[in-house]
Design a protein around this ligand. Structure first.
Ligand SMILES: NC(=O)c1ccc[n+]([C@@H]2O[C@H](COP(=O)([O-])OP(=O)(O)OC[C@H]3O[C@@H](n4cnc5c(N)ncnc54)[C@H](O)[C@@H]3O)[C@@H](O)[C@H]2O)c1
Length: 353
């Protein structure tokens, strides 16, 4: 069987996880790499054995030897490049978030419908082993109906700067960068219920705290302490039509004692945690059980999850299957995220009925 020939657009930090996973996949061949920064594209092409290097994504899309693309550029170009790729007959794996507005997300969805090509949104946490283990318990009804979920991803010091801190290119701060993962993993495990209303708050109180000394944090390649136009904290309450609710908070900076990541789900028959590690709570014979699954990996394994995400994408492209993270889910996530900003700006709950 012919291999899926892949082009990668946006050869920055996350591209290594895409390219590394394609390299390991026997059904995929890395054909081309594109970045507006030519040297970066060239380095990645050499490292992963791609024959072609481009600085304009349109030239990569014109290459008929490319069957599918991974889009790993800054958020504000995800929709534009996805739409162009689909219309050039390519399958698309686009990094999260799908876009920076609902309108753009819907245009991508329309392009998927028009072209019949596959588009997978990079909700990588859905593909992680601990998520998939928990999903089996949920699908078998072990938690019963999940009516409440709670997710936090709080960095006390961790505004990466660069494009992440530039609202024009990122679309937003920790909400679009971290909140998208937190909300998606809860929503996915809750069975993707229809959103009813969203109430949210965003704050720009602390800035990027470039003044802090003697404590290191991740900085984007083009870090510039003077530039920061994004929120530093966002929180939200999301209500669903089935009566379930989700509470989330995420930060780039916060006067917190320590960084924190927690994802918890509560159902009628049991509960579960997926962050900081997989844990299941149950009740049997009038006794509460705290269950630690005996598996190799209880925590989220970044590299393994990317490999699984990309294996799934390659397989779906080759066999014409459906994807676990389709464009419709990308659109729903954008509705929730944008409603949080709107609710914060207007001071009102946003209703979807
Ligand atoms: N799934 C995850 O867990 C995860 C983790 C990190 C980043 N991401 C996503 O991946 C994307 C990239 O993030 P990153 O950390 O790699 O950023 P980065 O800045 O390290 O890399 C982005 C690269 O894209 C290039 N680029 C920007 N616009 C381009 C265009 N129009 N055409 C060609 N190249 C272009 C830049 O020159 C840069 O080299 C973002 O959307 C981010 O949200 C996802």
């Amino acid at each position: 069987m012919r291999k899926l020939r892949v082009g990668l657009i946006g050869a920055g930090s996350i591209s290594d996880f895409h390219l590394g996973a394609y390299l390991k996949n026997a059904q995929a061949a890395i054909e081309a790499v594109c970045d507006t920064n030519e040297q970066r594209a060239r380095e990645k092409a050499e490292k992963y054995g791609a024959a072609k290097v481009y600085t304009d994504y349109r030239d990569l899309l014109a290459n008929e030897a490319v069957d599918a693309v991974s889009i790993c550029t800054w958020n504000h170009s995800h929709a534009e490049i996805s739409i162009a790729a689909l219309h050039k007959g390519k399958h698309v794996l686009v990094e999260k978030p799908l876009s920076i507005s609902v309108e753009e997300a819907m245009q991508v969805e329309k392009a998927v419908q028009q072209t019949g090509k596959l588009l997978q949104v990079g909700f990588v946490r859905r593909y992680a082993t601990n998520t998939q283990i928990l999903k089996r318990f949920i699908d078998a009804g072990d938690l019963g109906e999940i009516y409440y979920a709670k997710a936090s991803c709080l960095r006390r010091l961790g505004n990466p700067g660069g494009w992440f801190a530039d609202k024009k290119r990122s679309g937003g701060g920790p909400l679009l960068d971290l909140g998208v993962h937190m909300i998606d993993i809860c929503w996915y495990l809750m069975g993707c219920p229809k959103v009813k209303s969203v109430s949210g708050n965003t704050y720009r109180k602390l800035g990027n705290r470039a003044n802090i000394q003697n404590l290191s944090f991740y900085r984007a390649a083009d870090y510039d302490a003077a530039q920061n136009t994004v929120e530093d904290l966002a929180n939200a309450m999301i209500r669903f039509e089935n009566g379930a609710s989700l509470m989330v908070d995420v930060s780039f900076t916060l006067h917190a004692k320590q960084d924190e990541i927690a994802v918890k789900l509560y159902g009628e028959k049991g509960g579960a945690e997926i962050e900081p590690e997989l844990f299941i709570v149950s009740e049997k014979h009038n006794t509460i059980l705290n269950i630690t699954p005996q598996v190799d990996q209880l925590t989220f394994n970044f590299e393994e999850a990317f490999c699984k995400e990309i294996d799934h994408f390659v397989d779906s492209c080759i066999h014409g299957g459906h994807t676990l993270s389709p464009v419709q889910d990308g659109v729903e996530l954008m509705k929730m995220l944008c409603a949080i900003y709107e609710s914060s700006n207007t001071g009102k709950e946003i209703r979807f009925d």
